[in-house]
Ligand binder design. Structure first.
Ligand SMILES: Nc1nc2c(ncn2[C@@H]2O[C@H](COP(=O)(O)OP(=O)(O)OP(=O)(O)O)[C@@H](O)[C@H]2O)c(=O)[nH]1
Ligand SMILES: [Mg+2]
Length: 217
């Protein structure tokens, strides 16, 4: 009789929201392909990409939904936020109106989707285009207060152009998401690592995908 040998991959959906031109697509391209393009090509509706990512000795499939940032696409959040487990809210560090915009995006998300325990989707604020400012002249205390007051889980200054803080920011978000999902669902994939897979198992927090191979007992 043949047995199935199972490699488990945990799949996590992350959405990226924020004002048009703030650098969402550039951030994704930097993280996924390590590339950067100066030419601005606005995203229409959304772009999906994914990356298999080893994080803390476990393999994850990170599904990234990069949403168009134009204001009239705000309703896109409603269509794309379903089952999201984490969010990156992006703002342009050069634009004073950026924080307010970011807050509006976050509010729309919080009104439309939660984790299975009713809590907000873990959400980090990214101030992108950090390469374009003189950081010594910028007062970041205001940002700290804004982040605390509006319950973002963390914030980062990033540059999709230079790559600064791209990996650090997404690693932080993943850590927050994974800890939270494990807390609320007790759904740690490592528990299933050597189990025999008969049916794909779906937790409300994390989808467990099973890559099945035939093997011999
Ligand atoms: N200097 C600099 N330019 C950046 C950075 N990130 C993005 N850009 C530029 O900003 C412009 C807009 O970037 P996108 O990544 O397309 O912005 P977006 O948020 O996806 O925009 P929409 O798709 O319209 O919502 C492009 O010309 C990028 O090259 C950055 O960190 N530094
Ligand atoms: Mg885009």
């Amino acid at each position: 009789m043949s047995k199935e040998i199972t490699n488990i991959i945990t799949e996590i959906k992350i959405i990226i929201i924020g004002k048009s031109g703030s650098g969402k697509t550039s951030y994704v391209n930097r993280w996924i392909k390590n590339t950067f393009n100066e030419t601005y090509k606005s995203t229409i509706v959304s772009e999906f990409s994914h990356k298999t990512y080893i994080f803390k000795n476990k393999t994850y499939k990170i599904n990234l939904w990069d949403l168009a940032g134009q204001d009239h696409f705000n309703s896109l959040i409603k269509a794309f936020c379903k089952e999201a487990k984490g969010c990156i809210t992006m703002a342009d560090i050069l634009l004073p109106s950026s924080l307010n915009d970011a807050l509006n995006w976050k509010k729309t998300l919080d009104e439309n989707e939660t984790l299975s325990d009713g809590s907000n989707i873990p959400n980090i604020l990214i101030l992108n285009k950090y390469d374009l400012i003189n950081s010594e002249k910028k007062d970041f205390n205001v940002i700290e207060e804004f982040v605390k007051k509006n319950k973002f889980d963390a914030w980062f200054k990033t540059s999709a152009k230079t790559g600064e803080n791209i990996k650090e920011s997404i690693d932080t978000l993943l850590e927050i998401v994974i800890n939270k999902l494990n807390d609320i669902n007790d759904c740690d994939s490592s528990r299933f690592k050597n189990s025999l897979a008969l049916e794909p198992r779906k937790c409300s927090g994390i989808d467990i995908l099973r890559n099945k191979q035939s093997g011999c007992c």
